[in-house]
Design a protein around this ligand. Sequence first.
Ligand code: C5P
Length: 220
Amino acid sequence: GKPLVVAIDGPSGSGKSSVSREVARRLRAAYLDTGAMYRAVTLHCMTTGVDLTDSPAVESAARTIDLDISTSPDQESVLVAGSDVTAAIREPAVSSAVSAVATTMGARAELIRRQQALIAGSGHRIVAEGRDITTVVAPDAQVRILLTATEEARLRRRGDQLGGTQSEEQLKRQVTERDAKDSTVVDFQQAADGVVTLDSSELDLDQTVTAVLEIVRAVA
Ligand code: C5P
């Protein structure tokens, strides 16, 4: 296919991962989950004893990590030094620690560089999602979308994802705390100039995918 970069940002629980993956399938494009890269660096620091408050050490971990992330929408796979960490990076301990990596500017710079290389490696035919894709990683993407949802809808989705293993109270604390920490470094709550806002609160997965594809058709 011809080059087509679709950039999708949004907070946790906005549904952006499932939506982006399915949009990539339908467009026969690659798919990049940038959050998985922040998670992989976080887990790597945790398992190798890197103090997450030590910025130079976290930056160095981001620079040296042997990280291999699948960009196929049909194969979810994250390898660190050849070990499969696809499931481990979703553990609650990683979710609560990941903002430490996300707020280390040197680590961000390195991950942004790797993300841009992966986008180039796809032949610029990719759906990339995260917090700063529309603004920093791929500001020149043909399609830029901010996927939002009310806090209520986001908490419901996160709860479903985790299989009801956590109380409503716990969930709310985790989701709002992570959003608050993330907001200190990337503004993913407000659409930048030229970014289309799509509110998915009242839409199911299929309807959201359809809405994104309509935006793609309108501009690309
Ligand atoms: O998307 P996900 O919730 O898996 O992202 C995990 C974390 O990675 C976010 O909470 C945020 O701290 C960080 N992140 C980021 N920039 C991105 C993607 C994720 O800072 N583009």
